[in-house]
Design a protein around this ligand. Sequence first.
Ligand code: FE
Ligand code: FE
Length: 280
Amino acid sequence: MSQAIHSQSVAEAGDQHSFLSNIKGADGFRNYAAEARSSVKDFYRLNHRHQTLEFVLAKEAEYAPKNRARMGIWEALEHLNALVDDSDPDLGLPQIVHALQTAEAIRQDGHPRWFILAGLIHDLGKVLTLFGEPQWAVVGDTNPVGCAFSDKIVYSEFFMDNPDYGNPMLQTPGGIYKEGCGLDNVHLSWGHDEYLYQVVKDYLPREASWMIRYHSCYVVHREGEYAHLMNGRDDETLRWVRAFNPYDLYSKCEVEPEVEALKPFYQELIAEYFPEKINW
Ligand code: FE
Ligand code: FE
């Protein structure tokens, strides 16, 4: 995967026929103040209370053996069909619709096939709900744990209820981390991003796995917080995460893709990178 291909593909996103150039009313998305769905606020109250460093380390260890299921990628997509995301203020659409809308928008802009695949699968970690995890441990924005909570995290006032908030060791800017340790050494609140990253990273180009691990970490990729934890490589990492983000965010619309018509294209794409079944 040469850098030239990457740069060209990101540049293409700006041409006049692209998906990105046709985004209308983009400011209307992620509008938490509008309280489009009141469950969103309740969701973050629980999420911020319970996502402690101890909880995150325990979940990382619990899921590391990947012994919950053997499942194909398309199969996982179909399992998610019924799930609606409580943390999403924008739309209550089934997950397979969001997966295909994201992937199709990336495809429309002429990006490489691995980029389209990242769009298709980026939320598959939400199968955690099938393993009995509550929504606050699956979806929503993520944030670093083990160091001070940024006040730029959505509904950051709810961290007052988090036990780590009362632990001075965990509330310095660096917390348990060395300055410049690099984002890949930082523990993020547990959810579908980190989980899917661990499940698929060995099958995908690293750019695709970065998009997956950080796509919900708005406090880092959008707000630019926690720069003191980053190393020289993280600029590139975040460039890819930011290239991905508009497709995740702005492809949500009420026009539903035709799942059966698109299935052959996506099954072929999945088979290029993944075996028939993988460990979850
Ligand atoms: Fe997501
Ligand atoms: Fe998404």
